[in-house]
Design a protein around this ligand. Structure first.
Ligand code: HT7
Ligand code: ZN
Length: 852
């Protein structure tokens, strides 16, 4: 397994201005004929090397004649004489036998493709690198009864009937694109069709293709698509460029969705929703993913990546864009809280562990292992910081310049930063370290007040931790939004200020401060750092009560919780009174909306608490969190019961109705901590009365960790009701895997043998295995059974789908964070994985790096 390095990048030897493909589609034997126009790039005499994976050439012709060729580990090598040539190849593949779900595969009777990053080479021989852009024309033919709909990128330019019950369609994409954006779908599909008029008055036909029975579940995705198209025009000035935009939903999909030009292919969980089967979170995720893929049309398709080390160029920027869209569609404060929670839960541990890598990685063995929270979510934070430093107007100028300058090109993260610099005149030299240095910066802050001179001094220090292969880091540019708040008056003293910390240590003075100030810092999480503030007694309580910045207020509330929870892990139940008072204040507040309250009341997850400890102690964390929950549930029972009793009609998807539902289940969960029997009864009643999946799933999420006939009855009812709806059945598996019970490992092992469990469908596999591995207390069972189960599942699915397997390895890779008993058991499973003959490159890279 060889590593590929960023520093070794060389431009392609041959360009491919044109690709013509012909598919005779059949699930078992699909014939692929390809015709590539090649042009020598530069002065060299190197052969053309066309990547192939599992392909056997049936014919190879150069300029119409049979020509000599060789295969070098799957790559087709042909010596070419002149400066241009036409190379034709013919191969046969079996979509039905393709379990990796990369290339052309079969899902629920459909034939569909997934080419990012390197799936195109499983369809035909091709350079298959993102800096080779071509115009594509595609002719597909298939059995007309089984595959009445034939789709590919771009525009449909012809169709007709063929022989023996077959038919054909011809598609052309006028925009040159890299092979990873190629897509094709054939199947028995029905469309929810609509139209969109662009800012310049062009009409675009929109289709969302699904099975006929799923059509009623496509309205939200269509509304989200139209809203995203308008938002990108309004906020980024980006107009859609084809006359047609197709989305197809498929059940078996390795990721969330894929931004193929003009033909986005989606995991059906990010398309299908109605009140009875989807939660508010599902609805929000659908809007976010539909927008994300649509936004890629500019940030990814029109301007693409030069090589895969630049992945964050499109992913970081596009996540930032979809976050902005969702913030504008609902509550910006709540969206920021959610995004930061995800960053802390998924990216901070990655940055602190054996798989830490910079936003722009330096090397990889298998690129699909680098579709990470660092590349996506930290990448988005890096773009956000640029906007914070430059200001909105200059940032928009920079984005316009980037798109204008690089339209139709394959470029680098450096090109993006340069466009921002050129448009704004701001020097971003030091800022570029965010792309090259891994590790979450740690910032220490202390505010000293001097009443005699009415001034305050803020002392700041930064430290960037060592990460694998990177020591001795340079100080970064850390943009910190800071406000001082009068302790007595509660008023903000002066304006909020943006401080750019760019040295190891800095002191900043504030003058004209007439009363003792509270420090509100990193407001709205202006920088993705870990912050330690030295505070005086009572400061956090006060901030949790009065900070006018909702995010900062939330943070203060969470800090109070962490303080109590961590203390509880050391010395048994801590005094809960500060947390109880903060929650009481939040619940009673008239100015805070229910969605914010729902966030503010949620105790940090057991995983997040563990991240704050030197060594994670899953049992102590569980005990401490349960005891704080019990204290809150019993002391605030009547306020919580009131919040839980609020009802929002299931078909009301407004931000306020969603907020009411969110708060309802958080309140139920806290109440059940105080009184389990009452919790059981209330949860069962919430389940029985629910007219929507949010309330229903919320009730089950509480019941799952309790014991009693109510639990069994609700789960049995849920199964009977939804056993034929695979997306909902995923929830049934997920809820049981997330149960905080001593028998969760037994239940999960039994569920792996359930007739509805299978490993070919990634959603089902992740529902069980992914949720179990994220369930800290259950997964880290001291016996090591949880580790063994997950390792067994990784090895089993690896034989079929290495990408899905590899993405689960990091849960075992965190062994250094645990005491020696658990660490040894986790390492033993990693050793076993690495020693298993025939494991994939994907799993090998993750497991061996985790051991290293
Ligand atoms: N750009 C898409 C990435 C993706 C992917 C990568 C590897 C293997 C399968 C995949 N499916 C989709 C998703 C996105 O960020 O929009
Ligand atoms: Zn993306």
């Amino acid at each position: 397994h060889v590593a590929i390095f960023r520093k070794d990048y060389r431009p392609p030897d041959w360009l491919v201005p044109e690709v013509r493909l012909e598919f005779e589609l059949d699930p078992d034997r699909t014939k692929v004929r390809s015709r590539l126009k090649l042009v020598r790039n530069g002065d060299h005499n190197r052969a053309i090397r066309l990547a192939g994976e599992g392909l056997e050439p049936l014919a190879v012709r150069v300029d119409g004649a049979e020509a000599p060729w060789s295969l070098d580990s799957g790559t087709l090598v042909i010596e070419l004489e002149g400066d241009d040539a036409t190379v034709e190849t013919e191969i046969e593949i079996s979509p039905a036998a393709n379990n990796k779900l990369m290339g052309l595969y079969s899902s629920g009777g459909l034939l569909c493709t997934q080419c990012e990053s390197e799936g195109f080479r499983r369809i035909t021989f091709h350079p298959d690198r993102p800096d080779v852009l071509s115009r594509y024309s595609v002719r597909m033919s298939a059995d007309k009864t089984r595959f009445p709909i034939l789709l590919a990128n771009g525009n449909l330019i012809g169709s007709g009937d063929g022989e023996v019950g077959r038919h054909w369609a011809k598609w052309e994409d006028p925009f040159p694109k890299p092979s990873y954006l190629f897509a094709m779908v054939a199947g028995d599909l029905a469309a929810n069709s609509d139209r969109f008029t662009t800012m310049s008055g062009r009409e675009v036909a929109l289709n969302i293709w699904v099975r006929t029975r799923d059509l009623p579940k496509t309205a939200h995705a269509m509304d989200s698509l139209k809203a995203a198209m308008r938002w990108d025009e309004d906020v980024y000035g980006r107009e859609y460029d084809l006359d047609l935009f197709n989305i197809v939903a498929v059940d078996d999909f390795n990721f969330g969705a894929m931004e193929n030009k003009g033909l986005n292919i989606f995991n059906s969980r990010y398309v299908l929703a109605d009140q009875d089967t989807a939660t508010d979170v599902d609805f929000d995720n659908i809007a976010g993913v539909v927008a994300h893929e649509y936004f890629h049309n500019w940030s990814g398709d029109r301007v693409t990546c030069r090589d895969w080390f630049q992945l964050s160029l499109k992913e970081g920027f596009t996540v930032f864009r979809d976050q902005g869209f969702s913030a504008d569609m609902g509550s910006a404060a709540v969206k920021r809280i959610e995004d930061v929670r995800l960053l802390r839960a998924a990216q901070f541990p990655e940055d602190a562990g054996p798989l830490a890598h910079p936003v722009r990685p330096e090397s990889y063995i298998e690129i699909t292992n680098f579709y990470t929270a660092t590349v996506y979510n930290k990448g988005a934070e890096v773009i956000r910081m640029m906007r914070t430093i430059l200001g909105e107007e200059a940032f928009r100028k920079g984005s316009d310049l980037y798109f204008d300058r690089h339209d139709g090109q394959a470029v680098t993260c450096e090109d993006f930063v340069k466009a921002m610099e050129d448009a704004s005149g701001v020097d971003l030299s030091q800022f570029r370290l965010w792309y090259s240095q891994a590790g979450t910066p740690q910032v220490a802050a202390k505010l000293d007040y001097d009443p005699t001179s009415a001034s305050a001094t803020l002392k700041l220090r930064q430290r960037i931790p060592n990460t694998p292969g990177q020591a001795d880091k340079q100080p970064m540019v850390i943009p910190l939004n800071v406000a001082l708040i009068g302790k007595d008056s509660g008023a903000t003293v002066g304006e909020e200020r943006l401080i750019l910390l760019n040295d190891d240590e800095e002191s900043i003075s504030f003058f004209g401060i007439d009363e003792s100030p509270l420090l509100s810092i990193n407001r709205d999480f202006s920088a993705p750092v870990m912050l330690a503030v030295e505070r005086q007694d009572g400061d956090l309580e006060k901030l949790a009560e009065i900070d006018a910045n909702p995010f900062a207020r939330y943070e203060a509330c969470q800090e109070l919780m962490y303080r109590s929870l961590i203390e509880g892990t050391r010395s048994g139940p801590a005094d809960p009174s500060a947390v109880v008072a903060a929650i009481r204040g939040t619940l009673r507040s008239n100015e805070l909306d229910p969605a914010f309250k729902g966030e503010a009341l949620l105790l940090p997850s057991e995983g997040l608490i563990g991240d704050r400890m030197d060594l994670v102690d899953p049992d102590a964390i569980h005990r401490s969190r349960e005891s704080l929950r019990t204290a809150i549930g019993s002391e605030l029972a009547s306020e919580l019961a009131q919040a839980q009793s609020a009802i929002a009609a299931g078909d009301d998807l407004s931000a306020s109705a969603k907020g009411v539902r969110k708060l309802k289940t958080v309140a139920l969960w806290l109440l059940a901590g105080g009184d389990r029997d009452r919790g059981l009864a209330m949860a069962k009643a919430q389940y029985d009365r629910a007219d929507n999946m949010t309330d229903r799933q919320g009730a089950l999420s509480v019941l799952t960790s309790l014991e009693g006939p109510e639990r069994e009855a609700a789960f049995a009812d849920f199964y009977q009701r939804y056993k034929n709806d695979s997306l909902v059945l995923d929830k049934w598996f997920a809820l049981q895997a997330a149960a905080q019970r001593t028998d969760t490992i037994d239940v999960v092992e039994a569920l792996a043998r359930h007739e509805d469990f299978g490993i070919r469908n990634p959603n089902r596999w992740r529902a069980l295995v992914g949720n179990f591995a994220a369930n800290q207390w259950a997964f880290h069972h001291p016996s090591g059974r949880g580790y063994r189960f997950v390792a067994d599942m990784i090895l089993e699915v690896d034989r079929m789908n290495p990408q899905v397997a590899a993405r689960q390895v990091p849960s075992l890779g965190r062994w250094r964070r645990f005491e020696s008993g658990r660490a040894g058991l986790m390492r033993a499973e990693l050793d076993r994985i690495v020693a298993t003959p025939g494991i994939s490159r994907d799993v090998y890279e993750q497991a061996s790096k985790s051991l290293g």
